[in-house]
Design a binder for this molecule. Structure first.
Ligand code: TXA
Ligand code: MG
Length: 317
């Protein structure tokens, strides 16, 4: 059931239920991070392996210290600039955070989502919310309440409707190793923006999806229809006669039926492209085409995170 009733969401979360929750990045599947029962429910509903840890969501930067060591100067600087917002910090965890949430790791991922409904909701709770993206494990993240309803609606009692997600890509995950600032997932804040505030970073996007066996979960964010990446015109020529769907950055293809095309941003704006990416993949996946032909976008700003998702979506397992 979809709605805007915050009190109902509070009641459900207080009784260890899990609900769909809007954020500015993607919708989350939220539950009490300090309740084993609720966290186990999250893993079960999502069909997510237990070794893949969860981000905890808080309403305010001042609450981070309760759950993690927040003394790293770069962490504090990044928080000051980007929280609330699409940034997740990986910090040494305090005992209060259950091992189930961090999958046994001594670091916890912390984020303050910049969405008025979820901020209001979290201010009414006396615990943080563990929330992975509200998609079945391996599929594309949801950017509307309806996406969540479609895929998980029969497994959860409520989805708080906060409209279309304004960013449309998951948060950028940043952690600290010895002297390095490491980006573990490219996301809603561009690498350049992080570097502007914190200085040079190392990008290591292979270890976070599965801390035990780095890189194993390369295929992620996948529609059911196979994706091929390349030059759209060349791929159309190569796959003549097939039922094709086209994902382009800003141009359209006159030789292909319009209903089988999605332009991420006709005005070639990377923020708009990011906001549309998962919508586009879901739409094209729904066409029952044989193949989605996609082109990469410029490798700068949010384009780096968009291309990361496209490459992972196209990766063969
Ligand atoms: O934008 C977002 O971050 C969304 C919204 C709902 O907040 N959440 C999200 O969660 O994308 P999820 O679970 O789909 O992705 C979280 C990523 C996973 O790849 C997980 O492995 C990594 O963060 N992660 C979480 N806790 C971690 C930890 N303690 N150590 C290493 N990686 C961690
Ligand atoms: Mg996810």
């Amino acid at each position: 059931m979809i709605g805007k009733d915050i009190q109902k969401a509070v009641r459900l979360l207080n009784s260890d239920q899990v609900i769909g929750m809007p954020t500015e990045t993607v919708y989350g599947l939220a539950g009490n991070a300090l309740s084993e029962k609720a966290v186990l429910r999250i893993f079960k509903v999502k069909n997510r392996p237990r070794f893949n840890p969860l981000i905890i969501h808080l309403s305010d930067v001042s609450k981070i210290e309760k759950f993690a060591d927040f003394s790293h100067p770069a962490a504090r600087r990044l928080a000051q600039h980007f929280m609330p917002g699409p940034l997740t910090l990986l910090l040494p965890k305090h005992k209060i955070v259950p091992d189930l949430v961090t999958a046994g790791s001594n670091r916890v991922a912390v984020r303050i989502p910049n969405h008025p409904l979820s901020l209001e909701l979290m201010r009414l709770l006396d615990f943080p919310l563990a929330a992975p993206s509200a998609n079945p494990f391996g599929y594309i993240s949801p950017t509307t309440a309806y996406h969540v309803e479609e895929q998980l609606g029969d497994r959860i009692p409520y989805i708080l409707d906060g409209g279309l997600c304004g960013v449309g890509l998951e948060s950028t995950i940043v952690g600290f190793e010895e002297n390095d600032i490491v980006i573990y997932r490219k996301g809603g804040i561009a690498v350049e923006e992080i570097e502007h505030i914190a200085g040079p970073v190392v990008v290591n996007t292979h270890s976070t999806s599965n801390p035990e066996t780095p890189g194993k979960l390369q295929q992620h964010y996948s529609p059911t229809t196979p994706i091929e990446i390349g030059s759209i015109n060349e791929m159309i020529a190569k796959h003549q006669g097939k039922n094709l769907a086209i994902l382009s950055y800003s141009t359209s293809q006159p030789q292909i039926d319009r209903s089988h095309q999605f332009q991420l941003s006709p005005g070639a704006d990377l923020d708009e492209a990011a906001r549309n990416l998962f919508l586009a993949l879901r739409y094209l996946d729904g066409l029952n085409a044989e193949l989605i032909l996609a082109e990469l976008v410029p490798e700068e700003g949010l384009g780096r995170a968009i291309n990361d998702r496209l490459r992972r979506g196209a990766a063969k397992s």
